[in-house]
Write a protein that binds this ligand. Structure first.
Ligand code: ZN
Ligand code: ZN
Length: 343
């Protein structure tokens, strides 16, 4: 990256990056929670501390391994307009920087996040690798579903499975059964799975900092009535959205199509979150597929499509696919069967 193409349009002399995902994006450094990046007119470099003596080898940009006083010296040398990430720099840290540096500290938002919207082929490969592991973890988890097994046991098995293969979890897996399926972010509880319940499994893996994200809802034994109808309504909403998805499409319009499909079944008011989100170095990033989104989809974006219906006191359904926007349409990265399944 040429620092001038980043800094000049913003009228900045330097940009101080503190959001870990953004530090990793610029440097590839695998411990971005303990590092920052500084982009100046001369180039970008990584700042970290002596706990990471290997930083020079692990970072794509030059790394400075500095003790606290040495780091403060770097800031003392800054002049002109220096941008910082307003959403990712604690106020106390900003006050300290103002004491140290005779610069004008300028708040910025979303500068590196905008660069992260479209993935390079290397980034897509990592997401693909994470997704492939998540598919295996899901198959493993589906084999464990039976009445009496606690949701938490299934979630732990998913986590153990991924860690054994050297991956991380993108987020604590969600296993929500029966009435708990009505909570979109249910986590996994002590509740034992019961026959005749729907079980929602939402899981992702993490490979070299990149995430995957996918949800399946399956029936434990026979499930009929309104939950089964809700399942097919959600499936229809998902398929309508997938058909419409592609480069040049407005994210807001795709979200609206899914809501329309649910409306035909009288279920749109039970779809309480956005249709999808970008996935990459963060599990939730841009673009947003929501009624409020101004984003247009472009080749290289990786997004989820995840309609859901949550019936309070009854249960819920969510089906989530992971999709790459290509030059001509989409490529489905999630491959596990999404149809009605009784396990
Ligand atoms: Zn998910
Ligand atoms: Zn998601």
């Amino acid at each position: 990256m040429d620092p001038k193409t980043l800094l000049d349009p913003l009228g900045l002399d330097a940009l101080y990056i503190t959001r870990p995902e953004n530090v990793r994006y610029l440097s590839g450094f695998p411990h971005p929670e303990d590092a920052q990046a500084l982009v100046t007119q001369e180039g970008a470099f990584l700042l970290t501390d002596p706990r990471y003596p290997e930083a020079g080898r692990e970072s794509r940009i030059p790394a400075k391994v500095l003790r606290r006083e040495e780091k403060e010296e770097v800031f003392r040398g800054l002049k002109g307009r220096v941008g910082f990430e307003a959403e990712h720099l604690p106020y106390a840290a900003l006050e300290r920087l103002r004491e140290l540096a005779p610069a004008e500290w300028v708040p910025t938002k979303g500068v590196i996040e905008r660069l992260r919207l479209k993935k390079t082929p290397e980034e897509v490969e990592r997401i693909r690798a994470a997704q492939a592991l998540a598919e295996e973890a899901l198959a493993h988890a589906l084999g464990l579903l039976k009445p009496g097994v606690a949701e938490r046991e299934v979630a732990l098995e998913i986590e153990f499975f991924l860690r054994k293969r050297g991956a991380g979890v993108a987020f604590p897996p969600i296993v929500a059964s029966g009435e708990r399926g009505a909570l979109p972010h249910a986590g996994a509880s002590e509740k034992p799975l019961g026959r005749g319940e729907l079980v929602t499994l939402d899981l992702g893996a993490r490979v070299e900092g990149y995430h995957s994200d996918m949800t399946r809802t399956v029936a434990l034994g026979q499930v009929n009535g309104e939950l089964k109808r809700a399942f097919f309504a959600v499936l229809e909403a998902l398929e309508k959205a997938l058909e419409a998805l592609g480069p040049g499409k407005s994210a807001k319009e795709v979200d609206a199509l899914a809501r329309k499909a649910l409306e035909r079944h009288g279920l749109d008011r039970y779809f309480v979150h956005s249709l999808g989100h970008g996935v990459g170095l963060a599990v939730h990033e841009g673009p947003a597929l929501s009624p409020y989104s101004e984003d247009t989809l472009e080749p290289g974006m990786v997004v989820t499509v995840e309609p859901g219906v949550y019936l309070p006191g009854v249960g819920g359904v969510r089906i989530e696919e992971l999709v790459l926007i290509t030059a001509t349409g989409i490529e489905l990265l999630s491959r596990s069967p999404r149809d009605w399944q009784e396990v």
